[in-house]
Write a protein of this length. Structure first.
Length: 418
């Protein structure tokens, strides 16, 4: 029902925003006015037609370009016009107040009443907000989604075995393979990872949006990741297929098993509520990895920390891979105080925000997660939240397949003996 109601909402916003356009072009030459009006409604009609297509046809059957870009452009147009309409609404409320005042003061002299036109200033502000929103989010779509940034962090630990001093870890997270149009962008990101020459690589979950079929053709790209100590991975909330429709429970289970096999075929060691020992020069540290454990927004708790932790008491230094950072806040800090360093992802920083090092770090994500991007410390425990490599989507379609301000991240972390 909502899929068919959405085009109607879009039409109403289109019409209301067009009243502002009419104000701006009121004094334009007639031919230019007709041209602008025609272009406006042709673009609007195409947008609404595409919106209807997404509601009528199976999203998985739509072409990759449509899923990756057209849906996102519809979102950008909708958002831009919505912001613009806010200022038009303010303008109309002012007009209503002025009309009420005029009516009251000329109640005995109706012939003195004049028509009340829009305030051109607010109309231009409305158009400016639309243009700024469209340009910014369009940049985030075509450029920002693959504008990979390397974030470098160095940490010192007194209990880190001497052999591991200088250990270089690269973390990536939240690939969401189904949101990629082709393999080129992800391949470039993995080339950047390998150029960092890491000792070990961690992938902290959400390889797909929903289904293992999204990985078709990407296995050679995944296999690019190699490190002397290995590539280790965990599952994220999207990997379980909980957000897709399945013909049977068996099909859903088989999908997850297929995804596990893909990790293995890629050469990644998938940690499922377990731990492994990393060894160097006869010394060892523990690496724990659990399934998704969500503490916010009713995300599932598949993770079993007690199973992963069992047997790690003998290790002086412990690291944990846990997809959702709320796990660190709600369980790790409280019950597992000897976990020295946790790696998470999941939030994407909502793929939108402002980050100026040393000045500001803001995203709507902070309203949901206490720890949403970067490094956090509590006593002697650290958490690093990776901003994600890909863009989130459902059933192969992302509402906005881009990033603005919170760019895709490759984390390079160096550990040293204090």
């Amino acid at each position: 029902m909502f899929k068919f109601l959405l085009p109607l909402i879009f039409i109403l916003i289109d019409w209301y925003f067009f009243t502002g356009v009419q104000t701006i072009i009121k004094d334009f030459p007639q031919q230019r006015k007709v041209t602008i009006q025609t272009v406006y409604w042709v673009v609007s009609a195409l947008t609404i037609f595409c919106l209807i297509i997404t509601g009528v046809f199976s999203q998985a059957s739509l072409p990759n370009f449509f899923k990756g870009y057209v849906v996102s452009i519809i979102f950008i147009l909708f958002l831009g016009k919505l912001f613009g309409c806010i200022f038009l609404l303010v303008d109309d409320l002012i007009r209503l107040f002025r009309w009420g005042y005029q009516f009251a003061t000329t109640v005995n002299h109706p012939e003195q009443r004049e028509g009340i036109s829009r305030l051109k200033f607010l109309t231009y502000v409305s158009a400016s907000f639309f243009a700024t929103t469209f340009i910014s989010f369009f940049y985030g779509l075509v450029k920002g989604s693959h504008d990979y940034r390397v974030h470098t962090t160095k940490l010192n630990f007194k209990n880190l075995p001497e052999a591991f001093s200088g250990l270089k870890i690269v973390q990536i997270s939240d690939i969401h393979t189904g949101s990629y149009i082709d393999t080129d962008a992800l391949s470039r990101a993995f080339d950047m990872v390998m150029e960092l020459k890491p000792d070990v690589i961690f992938f902290t979950g959400d390889l797909v949006n929903d289904k293992a079929t999204e990985t078709e053709g990407f296995l050679p790209v995944y296999q690019k990741l190699k490190a002397p100590m290995g590539v280790f991975s965990i599952l994220g909330n999207h990997d379980y297929g909980d957000y897709a429709e399945w013909e049977s429970r068996k099909a859903k289970i088989e999908n997850l098993e297929t995804l596990k096999k893909i990790h293995a075929q890629a050469g990644w060691r998938l940690l499922m509520n377990e731990h492994v020992a990393l060894e160097k020069n006869g010394q060892q540290i523990a690496l724990l990895g659990i399934e998704n454990w969500g503490g916010n927004l009713h995300f599932p708790k598949y993770g079993k920390m007690d199973l992963a932790y069992a047997g790690t008491e003998k290790f002086d230094f412990k690291m944990l891979l846990s997809h959702d950072p709320s796990h660190w806040d709600k369980q790790v800090k409280q019950m597992y105080k000897d976990i020295d360093l946790t790696f998470s992802g999941h939030t994407h920083g909502f793929q939108f925000g402002i980050e100026i090092p040393g000045l500001i770090q803001w995203s709507p994500s902070k309203w949901v997660y206490k720890q949403w991007a970067g490094l956090y410390k509590n006593n002697n425990q650290y958490l690093y939240v990776n901003r994600g490599l890909g863009c989130v989507g459902r059933e192969h379609v992302s509402v906005y397949n881009g990033r603005l301000g919170i760019w895709p991240e490759i984390t390079l972390m160096e550990l040293n003996k204090a």
